[in-house]
Ligand binder design. Structure first.
Ligand code: NAD
Length: 437
């Protein structure tokens, strides 16, 4: 098994985590169409921040992990070819499968006259039916047959950014969808050879695997929008705290305590696009997904709750120095895709505020968005000086450690804490916790 050759196409959060991990066990080639990313990776460096990745990446490179920007015959003749390219949504909210189609076309071109029958594995999140109705017809264009000349599997990924290596090394479950038992078993045995601990491997068909991934993300997004609704109710009820409510309902095993942290709304590269793509897909197949519409709408509106908390405490925002603390969509990542902080900064600029921002890792990414329209501050201490309000958006450890003496350097020590991570007991500081009545 150790001799198996693996190719991973698309080296973002999912593909690079996989390459860094599997590269420690097998002969792996990573492919990405972005030449600049390949050049950086060839130097042994990662091009985004993800804890613990650099350790595995360096070891994998020592073990023979290589990179290329081309899908060649050699790549396609690997035993396992994982597709991990991005699957964004278009302007109508429909999944955009162009990366999947272009990779499938390149694989098809290189798949003729192979000595082996590669397993082509879709790891990207794709709308139900994609494997069988989109990818399979492309791969079969050159008179090749699925289950005869190649296998086509669906193996969705569940990792969390910020914990990508942890989740790649210890997945909570591995879902493998395929059209026949033999092809599923091949991938199952690869995973069995990879993981030392016994894994929870679920074998099913392609379309069920595709639905499982969307159901998973949609349910987690639902939990977030649910607790944010409860937070907005608590906000109006003096004496309540959404965290206490969440803690107690989370004790009910039917509910569970995870994903009950109220905040400014979910962001990132997955939940917003996946909920939207599922809504679009459901409508197209004749089902009106009222619940998912509500989940999405609650999330879109949650930034207004944050704005209202700022306004209630500052009245006129024009010319005020507002510090936005935390720009990545969650802690331990520099990813700002669909981050609610970006939406908040936009709204604050529209109100004529002087926006100052801080983030331990995402400053380079945010500068590409706002250029010279806002002020970037590396020091948490400095940003607070003479400011009118500080809004904690991302629960980075640095913000949990903010000292009261630094908050007292603000012109108006008003703290809007959307994650309730600070515990302030000082009457000179106005502390407003989202979800605390
Ligand atoms: P990403 O945007 O970080 O990376 C995708 C990579 O694919 C990029 O480096 C891009 O250059 C490359 N790419 C695009 N088209 C290509 C092509 N034609 N040939 C070769 N490379 C190409 O994406 P990601 O966050 O790693 O997500 C990948 C997939 O996994 C998506 O479907 C996503 O929904 C899903 N997913 C993501 C996460 C997550 O937390 N990021 C978790 C689970 C599942």
């Amino acid at each position: 098994m150790i001799n198996k050759k693996i190719a991973i196409i698309g080296l973002g959060y999912v593909g690079l985590s996989m390459a860094a991990f599997l590269g420690n066990h097998f002969k792996v080639v990573g492919v990405d169409s972005n030449k600049e990313k390949i050049r950086t990776l060839e130097k042994g460096r990662q091009y985004f921040y993800e804890p613990k990745m650099s350790y595995y990446l360096k070891r994998a490179i020592k073990n023979g992990l290589t990179f290329t920007d081309q899908i060649t015959k050699e790549i396609v003749s690997s035993d396992f070819v994982f597709i991990t390219v991005g699957t964004p949504i278009d302007k109508y909210g429909k999944i955009d499968l162009s990366n999947i189609k272009s990779v499938s076309t390149s694989i098809a071109k290189n798949m003729t006259n192979l000595k082996n029958n590669p397993s082509i594995i879709i790891k990207s999140t794709v709308i139900p039916g994609t494997a069988m109705h989109v990818v399979k017809p492309i791969l079969e264009k050159n008179d090749l047959k699925e289950s005869v000349d190649f296998d086509l599997l669906t193996n969705p990924e569940f990792l969390r950014e910020g914990l990508a290596m942890h989740d790649t090394i210890s997945p909570h479950s591995i879902v493998i969808g395929g059209s026949n038992n033999a092809s599923i078993k091949k991938l199952t045995s690869l995973y069995k050879a990879t993981y030392t601990k016994k894994q929870n491997i679920i074998e099913t068909n392609n379309i069920t695997a595709e639905v499982i991934k969307y159901a998973n993300n949609a349910f987690l997004a639902t939990k977030i929008s649910f607790i944010n609704s409860i937070a907005n109710i608590c906000q109006k009820l003096p004496g309540t705290n959404v965290d206490k409510v969440a803690e107690i309902i989370g004790m009910d095993p039917r509910i569970g305590k995870q994903f009950l942290k109220a905040g400014p709304g979910y962001g990132g590269s997955c939940f917003p696009k996946d909920v939207q793509a599922l809504i679009n897909f459901a409508n197209n197949i004749g089902y009106e997904p009222i619940l998912l519409d509500a989940v999405k709408n609650i999330n879109t509106l949650q930034v207004n709750t944050v704005m209202n908390l700022i306004k209630q405490n500052l009245k006129n925002l024009k010319g005020k120095k507002i510090c936005v603390l935390g720009l990545s969509f969650k802690e331990n990542t520099d990813d700002i895709r669909e981050s609610v902080s970006v939406k908040l900064v936009d709204l604050l600029l529209k109100q004529g505020c002087n926006v100052f921002v801080h983030d331990p890792k995402a400053m380079d990414n945010i500068q590409l968005v706002f250029k010279d329209r806002i002020t970037y501050t590396d020091s948490l201490k400095d940003i607070l000086v003479d400011s009118d309000c500080a809004v904690i958006m991302t629960p980075w450890q640095d913000y949990k450690n903010i000292k009261e003496k630094d908050l007292l350097t603000m012109r108006n020590p008003i703290i809007v804490d959307t994650r309730r991570i600070l515990h302030i007991d000082n009457e000179k500081i106005s502390y407003v916790g989202l979800g605390i009545g």
